[in-house]
Design a protein around this ligand. Structure first.
Ligand code: ZN
Length: 324
């Protein structure tokens, strides 16, 4: 059965996704600050060309697609992503959803009635009609739960994502704080809302080597995002590789996906990527360093393909299979 996946350059067949990094940003931007203080961002065309060059290099390293989970709250601007995507062969899957650790933007706070949450309306619109007038449709739904946990607004975002998923069949990918086991909070809300947890990537699971926590998430059926290779502050690459190799050995390769959570430009930290404090935090670390290290640690070529090709295809291609 064929199934299509929406990308920044239009729908493609899921079989064309190839090797996928399942959590990479192109730009992470504090929009209102950049609009008022544009000196650091500089020339728009330069930033677009720089992103295209970095993604072309990624394609040459053997990666065919990235899932860019840049939702509202992270500076998403699809017309700019389109300009990058038009220059390159690598495919970019874009996200609806909202990223907050605490509160919603004021825009949404009063726009909620018992049968119509403005969040859900926007998310469904991004999936069914596309982002604004771009013609680009969302291929995934994104939300976040960090140290503050299920604040009232975070819970509202999670429920809106779940309802959007049920209405559209679009899969969900998340940000979590692994140390405080936020993935379990997300699974609880999603289950209450009737989400099939096999259609959810619990993000940033690679930030911990607490195998009990990871096992509980796996047992509930979700896919684990081993998706922050290069962010050494949580775990080093060596430690991250060890956890992935262990879970592969236990037979869970088909519930793991790989990524860096890197970007071409992120204004949260001063400087150009790769940032001085995080030399491995760039798009090429997995292709150049992590895959050889995984093979060295006993992971098979077949398991690498499962994590980079088969599971992303199953996850992203499931939207048009119906069943909801
Ligand atoms: Zn991210």
């Amino acid at each position: 059965m064929t199934s299509s996946v929406e990308t920044a350059t239009g729908p493609i067949d899921a079989s064309e996704l190839g090797r996928v990094l399942m959590h990479e940003h192109v730009f992470v931007i504090s929009t209102e600050i950049q609009q008022n203080y544009p000196q650091e961002w500089g020339d728009e065309q330069h930033r677009i060309d720089d992103a295209a060059a970095r993604l072309r290099e990624l394609k040459e390293s053997g990666i065919d697609t990235i899932l860019d989970p840049t939702a509202i709250g992270l500076g998403r601007y699809i017309p700019r992503i389109q300009k990058v995507a038009e220059q390159i062969d690598l495919k970019i899957v874009c996200a609806t959803g909202l990223y907050t650790f605490n509160e919603l933007p004021h825009y949404y706070r009063r726009r909620n009635t018992s049968d119509a949450d403005a969040l859900t309306s926007h998310f469904v619109q991004d999936i069914d009609q596309g982002f604004g007038n771009t013609g680009v449709k969302a291929g995934v739904i994104k939300c976040a739960t960090d140290k503050p946990g299920l604040t009232p607004d975070v819970e509202r975002v999670l429920r809106a994502c779940a309802q959007t998923h049920r209405e559209t069949g679009c899969p969900i990918t998340t940000h979590t704080d692994a140390e405080t086991e936020r993935g379990l909070d997300q699974q609880k809300i999603f289950l209450e809302e009737g989400v099939d947890l096999t259609r959810v990537v619990i993000g940033h699971c690679g930030d911990t080597n607490d195998l009990d926590y990871l096992q509980r998430l796996l047992d509930a059926g979700s896919i684990l995002g081993m998706d922050r290779f290069g962010i050494d502050g949580y775990l080093t690459t060596e430690q991250r590789v060890e956890v992935v190799a262990h879970l592969c050995e236990k037979g869970f390769a088909d519930q793991l996906v790989l990524s860096h959570d890197a970007s071409c430009y992120i204004d949260w930290i001063e400087g150009e990527v790769p940032l001085a404090p995080l030399p491995n935090w760039h798009y090429l670390h997995i292709s150049k360093d992590v895959i050889p290290a995984l093979l060295q640690a006993g992971v098979s070529d077949e398991q690498i393909d499962t994590m980079l090709v088969d599971t992303p295809k199953r996850f992203l291609g499931s939207q048009s299979l119906g069943g909801y």
